[in-house]
Design a protein around this ligand. Structure first.
Ligand code: MN
Length: 473
């Protein structure tokens, strides 16, 4: 059960080279029975999301001509952490360190003029006619673009930023955008302070590694497309937009070119979010669309709000950042996992080799500091599989004593989308479920049946008919 960071059972997987192309990734999923093609024409309201969600984490989905629309829709492309490792060409145990290596060594993009994504150009835009945007959750305000990489440029320096924002289709050429207090908003405020709109490009249908790179936890003025290049092992080809200076991935499926309007807000939401609750309706930023470009027969990627693709995409880059941050101070930390039960944001499991008593509690504080979304931390010993919630529960059940091993910090900053907080203000809890170093060796020695892991059931089991083998009277 336990994963070993140092083992090298590598080189048997197909690939071992990064996947640089969305359609090649779909082929890979298809060849390995991980892609389900739905009946043509499913309804864009709820039915598409319902089918995608039923197959969540097991198979990606392909929807030919949903709602009678001419553009096909895809979903669930990266809803398993092992698939992400496969797309990178590494073992699952190397996923986080490989991603963080790319974050540290970004590769500048390569400018091109031949761009499949600009094969078809619409200057007269009608979002509902051109794009098959679905409606996912019960109380969503309507159709949304959920897998659009919003690219903007620092108005002073021209450095690009990439982020996914939920985008409500509000009219023929209007999108409502939720901008949390991060990098896109910083650029938008710089432009707005000068009285200017901020040009943006919204890129839909990119390769898996560019999608993942967009979620990297990096400082402002770091171009996430350069992290995508590092993951690809070669620079990403980009092309200049038709209506702005923004550079977009040339091989993408669809690009919406537009502007975040200065001093204009409109109602957006509610929208089903990752904590499995609705993000509320409110006055939000507005994108006006100037042009749409796409491939000749484009694919429209949609991420079902709150589904595994949504959770895991945000979870992996956070894990990578937290692991790097913890290992800087605590070399005994082996691995971290943001568990799906904690919506891949709030529950962190840490696996470590404790060297001195008390160290696990310091790790708990380090984890709180590494990302404000982290709410509950469980630290376990090396023999516990942190990817199995039952294993973590077992460690808490048998190695944790509340009066000795519990850490609680009140009134600290958490996630605003956690409805149990007061607009983000809430408490943190840490559980040190490591065994005491001074304990006698056998006291915490896990039972094990020798040979269990090596049993070959094909050889060992010969029948299901017990009476044939029972000695007769
Ligand atoms: Mn950024």
């Amino acid at each position: 059960m336990q994963r070993d960071d140092t083992s090298s059972t590598t080189a048997t997987q197909p690939g071992n080279r990064p996947v640089r192309d969305l359609r090649a990734w779909l082929d890979r999923l298809s060849e390995t029975q991980r892609l389900a093609v739905a009946r043509p024409g499913v309804d864009l309201t709820f039915e598409l999301a319902a089918i995608a969600k039923r197959l969540d984490g097991q198979r990606a989905t392909y929807f030919p001509k949903p709602g009678g629309h001419s553009v096909d829709v895809i979903s669930g492309l990266l809803s398993h952490r092992d698939w992400m490792a496969e797309a990178m060409g590494v073992e699952p145990s190397e996923l986080l360190t490989h991603f963080q290596e790319a974050v540290r060594t970004p590769l500048p993009c390569r400018e091109t003029t031949s761009a499949p994504v600009q094969e078809i150009v619409h200057r007269e835009v009608d979002l509902t006619r051109i794009l098959p945007s679905p409606t996912h959750n019960e109380f969503d305000s309507g159709p949304y673009v959920t897998a659009g990489l919003m690219i903007s440029r620092n108005p002073r320096t021209g450095v690009q930023n990439v982020a996914i924002h939920r985008l409500q289709v509000s009219g023929k050429d209007r999108l409502g955008a939720l901008l949390l207090p991060r990098h896109t908003l910083a650029y938008q405020q710089m432009a707005e302070d000068e009285g200017h709109d901020l040009p943006v490009a919204i890129v839909i249908g990119v390769d898996p590694l560019t999608l993942l790179a967009s979620q990297a936890i990096v400082p402002v003025d770091t171009d996430e497309l350069e992290i995508a290049g590092a993951l690809h092992g070669q620079p990403l080809d980009v092309v200049k937009c038709l209506t702005s200076d923004i550079r977009v991935p040339a091989g993408a499926e669809i690009v919406i070119e537009g502007r975040l309007l200065a001093r204009e807000r409109a109602l957006e939401g509610p929208f089903g979010e990752f904590p499995q609750y609705y993000g509320e309706r409110g006055e939000r930023h507005v994108v006006v669309v100037d042009a749409i470009t796409h491939r000749a027969s484009p694919l429209f990627h949609t991420i079902v709000g709150g589904g595994l693709e949504h959770l895991v995409l945000g979870g992996i880059p956070r894990e990578a950042t937290i692991l790097e941050s913890l290992q800087r101070s605590f070399p005994g930390v082996r691995d971290v996992h943001l568990a799906p039960g904690g919506v891949c944001r709030y529950h962190l499991y840490v696996r470590m080799r404790k060297r001195v008593e008390g160290e696990a509690k310091n790790v708990i504080f380090g984890a709180f500091a590494a990302h404000y979304d982290v709410k509950h931390v469980v630290v376990v010993d090396e023999d516990v599989d942190i990817y199995d919630p039952a294993e973590v529960e077992w460690a808490v059940a048998t190695r944790f004593q509340a009066d000795r091993d519990l850490v609680v910090v009140g009134q600290s900053l958490g996630s605003r989308l956690d409805p149990s907080t007061a607009d983000g203000l809430g408490s943190k809890m840490g559980l040190d479920a490591t065994r005491p170093l001074a304990a006698p060796e056998m006291k915490f020695h896990r039972i094990r049946v020798p040979g269990e892991a090596d049993v070959d059931l094909e050889q060992a089991i010969v029948s299901h008919q017990w009476r044939k083998f029972h000695a007769r009277d």
